[in-house]
Ligand binder design. Sequence first.
Ligand SMILES: [Zn+2]
Ligand SMILES: [Zn+2]
Length: 277
Amino acid sequence: MELTILCDNHTLIDRYYLGEPALSFYIEDGEKRILFDTGYSDVFLRNAEKMDIDLSGITDIVFSHGHNDHTGGFTALKKAYDLTGICVHAHPDTFKPKRHEGLDVGTPYHSEDLFPALWAPSAVPVQISEHLLFLGEIPRTVPFEKHLTVGTYLEKGRWRKDPVRDDSALVYHQGGTLTVITGCSHSGICNIISYAEELFHTDHVTDVIGGFHLMEDEKRIRHTAGFLRDHVWGSLVPCHCISLQAKHVMMQDNEVLEAGSGMRICWHENGKRSVEY
Ligand SMILES: [Zn+2]
Ligand SMILES: [Zn+2]
């Protein structure tokens, strides 16, 4: 499997790709060409063009959750390419209206607007390609990540605290390798890793790449770093939504790789992994 960061908050020196506070990954696994999130604007399209990645060949789109910094770019994608028959996988709550700090932050269109792409919602795990599993709804099992919320969402006519039940992730499984690929991790990075471990009957994962949603909460950062030390045996590639402080704490016990638009990681069949910037 090969994963390219099409869009991240950060950019890489001398590459001149664009960044925005959003996330989009392009993943190739066998014959499948998967777009994991579409960023906020058309930045991921412009970067893909510059990287010589042909998005006309995508077979599937996966939305990690229904915030506009992960789903917003779909409108530009639909204008640029014929998406007839392409499956869009995400949790069923991905299109519920959401607000945060006075702003509308939900997906800025409706599920019907995905057409001619096909809406394939699922709250349970779904195999997307030979080695990639979409996790569906993440059970909240880790004590310090049981009650996470972000902003509010509209349900049955009322605005309620949003547990972001739609926040999901992918797992790449091949041989003994288990890599967790996240969008924002609103459901809790440790909850996501625990669920992957449960589904694959193991007590650790290899690598984790994506948003960690870890900012200023020092206690939570310490708890999370302790969990990652015990459960991640390879590398952490935190993107998009993480503070410098959280990275600093995690670096004391884990290998942490720098991420940015244009980074490419290849997981080879022999279990080895290579990184290009
Ligand atoms: Zn989000
Ligand atoms: Zn985000």
